[in-house]
Ligand binder design. Structure first.
Ligand code: ZN
Length: 493
């Protein structure tokens, strides 16, 4: 089985061949920390977490860098206006670094809840000012950037003569120019499409640093070029981020690295698609911007109740990363049900034991199990298609549930297929999809103890007590299961 990934740069699926196997360098644009993480942040982090996990499970040694933007991201992603963090600092009457730290802590909490693995390195833009100034100097030396009134701009028109500007996003420079040419007031820029590498800071600006061009702060795009190069080298394997970052952010990153280092920074460009809300793009301006913490607590007008982080993770994983997903209360409700089914499968799996008695091999059952196991791998190898992998996990789950109710049926499998069923289900649910049981283990010990009481009450015909226990199970969203193999329980699906 080989891994194929869709490369935004070539607009097709390509066989994944790292530059320097078994090592893989992966850089993903992280959050701008000026507010709590929203569902879009959650989706990007979970989607690239899956890629990180699957590459590791496939034997690669992955260095995964996810940066933190704590300076230089101006409003509306433009070259003018307020710095997003400085503006929030004024509103909250805090130091800008305090704002960045608060929201970085909040983001990390959300990521832990969503069981997103921490990246190998999480560099901050403010910690890499020297590297950014160094790269800007290289671009100026090459003649592709110029200083203007204390700011430095990248000369897009000059660079575009190489034919490379727009190659990632598919935009055509002439179209972009004709759209902007009539707008007046470009001020200090030579060309309308030029973007800031360094911005002069006004005297009241708090976040500023010394530079060869006076006091100022870096532009947003330069941090990713400087930090990816520092930790992964001038050319590395994967550059990722949300589809909304493809232009201008990633297009500008390519331009900066190409001029500064003479080569494209990344071999494969991967972009995750957006979350929509009732079919509309999620965004602050539309008023449908959904904070992760509000989904967990249920504090949102579109939600009937709170949904747990694992439910949200499952919701994200149901779609392949390049498809859109539509947010709604019903979609989360369905995800919660499906997530509980997967967890019940994990519990059931632990009780299954292969016995060499009762063996009556069924070639059909053996084929179903092995096809589903292969399907789990095939899904992920086909551009990390978690939707396909999950559908095969449900095929395995059907078998697991059958064997839990009737343990003798395990004998329809040979021992190798039985062990494969167990190991593949565990590997994909826990390690690759990162879905873990949110309920603490001590709660399960308690439930088991109460279930034993229930059996005793039933045996002794103490029906009033039996009803009380049943009511308790219902209140805890648990189901009592009467099976051939005895009494058990599961989470309500
Ligand atoms: Zn970036």
């Amino acid at each position: 089985m080989e891994l194929n990934v869709y490369n935004t740069l070539s607009r097709k699926k390509e066989k994944f061949e790292p530059l320097n196997p078994p090592f893989v360098g992966m850089y993903v644009c992280g959050p701008t920390v000026y507010g709590h993480g929203h569902l879009g942040h959650g989706r990007a982090a979970v989607n690239f977490d899956i890629i990180f996990r699957f590459l590791k499970a496939s034997g690669y040694k992955v260095r995964y860098i996810r940066n933190v933007t704590d300076v230089g991201h101006l409003e509306n992603d433009a070259d003018s206006g307020d710095d997003k963090i400085a503006k929030r600092a004024r509103l909250e009457q805090l130091e800008p670094m305090e704002v960045a730290q608060n929201y970085l802590n909040s983001y990390r909490d959300d990521m832990r809840s969503l069981n997103v693995l921490p990246p190998s390195i999480e560099p901050l833009a403010t910690g890499h000012i020297t590297e950014q100034i160094g790269l800007i100097n290289k671009i100026i030396d090459q003649g592709f950037a110029y200083e203007s009134q204390g700011s430095v701009y990248f000369d897009v028109e000059k660079y575009s003569k190489s034919g490379d500007y727009g190659k990632l996003s598919g935009r055509i420079i002439e179209d972009m120019l004709s759209n902007t040419r009539n707008l007046d007031g470009q001020g200090e820029k030579r060309g309308a499409l030029d973007f800031a590498l360094w911005k002069k800071a006004s005297s009241e600006h708090i976040m500023k640093w010394e530079s060869p061009w006076g006091e100022g702060f870096p532009g947003w795009h330069i941090e990713c070029s400087a930090m990816s190069q520092k930790y992964l080298g001038e050319r590395f394997d994967i550059h990722g981020g949300g589809l909304d970052l493809m232009f201008p952010h990633h297009e500008c990153e390519i331009a900066q690295s190409k001029v500064g280092n003479g080569q494209d920074p990344a071999k494969y460009w991967l972009h995750n698609n957006m979350v929509t809300v009732n079919g509309q793009k999620m965004g602050k301006s539309l008023g449908n911007f959904i904070i992760l913490k509000d989904i967990f607590s249920g504090n949102h007008s579109l939600l009937e109740k709170g949904y747990s982080p694992m439910t949200v993770r499952f919701f994200i994983l149901q779609a392949q990363y390049r498809s859109t997903i539509d947010f709604s209360n019903d979609a989360l409700k369905a995800s919660n049900k499906a997530y509980n089914r997967i967890m019940n499968g994990l519990m059931a799996l632990k009780t299954l034991i292969y016995s060499s008695e009762n063996v009556t091999l069924s070639q059909e059952a053996i084929k179903i199990v092995n096809d589903a196991c292969d399907g789990c791998y095939d899904g992920m190898n086909d551009d990390f298609n978690t939707a396909v992998t999950i559908s095969h996990l449900f095929n395995l789950l059907k078998k697991i549930n059958t064997y839990q109710i009737n343990p003798q049926l395990v004998g329809e499998l040979d021992e190798i297929s039985f062990n494969r069923l167990k190991s593949v289900y565990l590997l994909f649910v826990e390690e690759i999809l990162g879905l873990v049981n949110e309920n603490p283990a001590d709660k399960e010990i308690l439930i088991n103890a109460i279930l034993e009481l229930y059996s005793d009450f039933k045996l002794n015909k103490q029906y009033e007590k039996v009803d009380q226990v049943r009511a308790w199970f219902k209140s805890q969203k648990l189901v009592i299961k009467d099976m051939k193999s005895g009494i058990g329980w599961s989470y309500e699906e």
